[in-house]
Design a protein around this ligand. Structure first.
Ligand code: EPU
Length: 437
């Protein structure tokens, strides 16, 4: 179903029923980029129908690949990868963070690549300096251009030992995509170890790469000369699963998330339980519901894996507006991810934001004057309002707040939700939500 841009939803009722989650928004597109490392056929299964996949499909086509889609699978053949066409790539860079990851495969295939100032959600400055440093370490020459960077490299890239100053997800993926076809051995210290990174590492291993994940955030790769095609069932979207879990918590409902996988969500599940949620895991997925009449307040700090994911933060904070007491949040991954709290306050929540680090670990943002901590005083009786979606995860939380509120809310900019949530309105309706547009 095409998502209308303005939607009215009626809140004040428990969401009950089941939803299906498919391949992760933050995993499938990277697997698609990995297909650029070979001219063999690559097949990805369990693919959701979301906008980010369309953007990456169009980008791969613009780079000379064939991309065919059935209902839930993708077949990609990157036989004739062309050197990047600056104008075409610039547009894709403005729509998503994924195009940055094409740098390593394009350097392998064509010897040149481009980075334009990337798009994605506006939740912080989100520079690409770590990607650039990783690629430079592999021997790429990087020149600044008015719109970003132009990169060239002799083939093959040269294996390297490198340490990230911060365990960035994207920079770790860039390292993997560079190291697998580089000459000799490479090693990354202070690497990201998110499940989505491991999913990419599994794909690369299927392609013939030699990747070892060692303790203490170390990844070692022995470069090979050639990679082959793969078939991969993508890991489920743990961000969407947690979003629906928070919807059950906030509305006192019960939602079975089919396809959700416990192992990817252990940190979330602990926090969910501490807040007063209950869950049951079986082979089909996870059933989430509120266990106690009143939710319990929490002290919460986001962090890189295995910490509490930043993408889980907005829906959980929205649910905590219904907790019985004062919750404290410290966001340590993005400096600007609390803007949505002012919209929660418009609906009647009581959330105050602070520049100080209100958590156990002082973070990078404490001395930089960013509002990155919040105090949530609950429970608040929310009432319907008119809201405009600012970014993907905050957008889901606006819907969530509207569903926990009494009466109708009007939400503008709802199409943004389609970047990461498949069949969003259909799922809401299936959970008993009244909608109008
Ligand atoms: N950072 C830098 N320099 C870089 C790269 C990152 O300073 O070159 C900083 C960022 O500004 C941020 C922090 O490092 O403060 C973490 O960024 P990271 O590179 O880990 O994130 P990412 O790869 O850009 C992915 C997801 C995000 C998710 C983060 C953290 C994708 C496409 N995006 O982003 O997902 O929040 O990892 O887990 O995989 C979302 O789905 O809504 C979303 C934003």
């Amino acid at each position: 179903m095409e998502l209308p841009d303005t939607i009215d939803v009626k809140g004040g009722f428990p969401l009950e029923g089941q939803v299906q989650v498919r391949g992760a928004k933050n995993s499938v597109p990277k697997t698609m980029v990995a297909a650029l490392l070979t001219s063999d056929l690559c097949e990805i299964e369990n693919v959701a129908n979301i906008r980010d996949i369309d953007i990456v499909s169009d980008m791969l086509k613009a780079l000379g690949s064939s991309v065919k889609r059935t209902q839930t699978s993708l077949s990609i053949e990157a036989r004739n990868v062309a050197p990047s066409d600056e104008e075409a790539l610039a547009e894709f860079h403005s729509l998503s963070r994924i195009p940055v990851l094409t740098c390593a495969p394009l350097l392998h295939r064509t010897g040149s690549a481009l980075i334009h100032h990337p798009g994605g959600c506006a939740i912080g400055e989100r520079p690409v300096n770590l990607h650039v440093k990783v690629l430079e370490a592999f021997g790429a020459r990087v020149e600044s251009t008015p719109s970003g960077y132009s990169l060239t490299a002799p083939k093959p890239l040269k294996g390297v030992r490198y340490e990230l100053s911060y365990p960035s997800v994207g920079a770790t993926e860039q390292f993997l995509l560079a190291a697998v076809l580089a000459s000799g051995d490479s090693q990354l210290s202070n690497a990201g170890i998110e499940p989505e990174i491991l999913d990419l590492a599994c794909v690369l291993q299927k392609m013939g790469a030699l990747v070892t994940i060692l303790p203490d955030r170390v990844i070692r790769v022995s470069g090979v000369e050639r990679l082959s095609g793969f078939t991969h069932w993508s890991m489920p979207d743990r961000l969407e699963a947690a979003s629906w879990a928070c919807a059950a918590l906030a509305t006192d409902g019960g939602i079975r998330v089919m396809g959700a996988r416990q192992v990817d969500m252990m940190t979330f599940l602990n926090v969910f339980r501490k807040a007063g949620g209950e869950f049951e895991v079986d082979h089909r997925g996870i059933l989430f519901r509120r266990g106690s009449a009143r939710l319990r307040p929490l002290a919460l700090e986001t962090d890189v894996h295995p910490g509490f994911m930043t993408d889980w933060q907005a829906p959980l904070v929205t649910a905590l507006t219904q907790a019985n007491g004062v919750s404290v949040l410290h966001e340590t991954v993005y400096e600007n991810r609390l803007g949505y709290t002012s919209a929660l306050n418009e609906l009647g929540a009581n959330v105050q934001v602070f520049r100080e680090c209100l958590g156990a670990t002082p973070c990078r943002f404490g001395s930089q004057n960013h509002e990155h901590s919040a105090v949530i005083i609950g429970p608040s009786r929310l009432h319907g309002s008119e809201l405009t979606v600012p970014d993907l995860r905050a957008g889901f939380s606006y819907f969530l707040a509207a569903l926990a509120a009494d009466g109708w809310s009007r939400i503008h900019g709802a199409t943004l939700i389609n970047r990461g949530y498949e069949d969003f309105i259909k799922k809401l309706q299936g959970l008993g939500v009244e909608t109008k547009w």
